[in-house]
Ligand binder design. Sequence first.
Ligand code: 5GP
Length: 186
Amino acid sequence: MSLHDDVEEVLLDADAIANRVAELGAQLTADFGDRDPVLVSVLKGALPFLADLMRAMEMPVSIDLMEVSSYGAGTETSGQVRILKDLSRSIEGRHVIIVEDIIDTGLTLNYLLKYLADKAPASVRIVCLLDKPARRLADIPIDYRGFEIPDRFVVGYGLDFDERYRNLPYIGVLKPSVYGGAPPEG
Ligand code: 5GP
């Protein structure tokens, strides 16, 4: 049985994602040219985006990875964030580009922005592939955005439902039968 059988609708196909990521990479290349930025990404959902975006940037970059988990029940983001994996190198004096998969309530990124700002970087910018503004609770300055999407729970291209579907090459919505009821929030 195929993963694709669980998908009700494809919102963004692989070509649309690839084209937009190439555009974002070109924009970042133009804006950051010789500033040797560090791309800071949050595991695990942003991995495919980071991998494609960094190869669309024709300039020297470094990368670093963090892993965070939000406290609270279920998939609802609580805003309280626990750091499971921290940066591996100092970002003091560096130009940081946060590479995120999706911004929903914005609470996770709101926390991360403050956390990174405390480490005295030269600048912090945000690039996110998907912006879901309908449920935003924290005002996040998104500098580069791939797509704005409606308030639906999406999977694929890194995004999971219960750790599955991250390897779908497109972004889609699952059939309700997969959730056994209402789609998860967040
Ligand atoms: P926020 O703190 O902005 O509410 O949530 C950020 C995190 O919630 C994302 O990095 C992602 O892990 C998860 N999330 C939010 N919306 C979705 C969605 O539609 N699908 C999936 N798979 N995860 C989501």
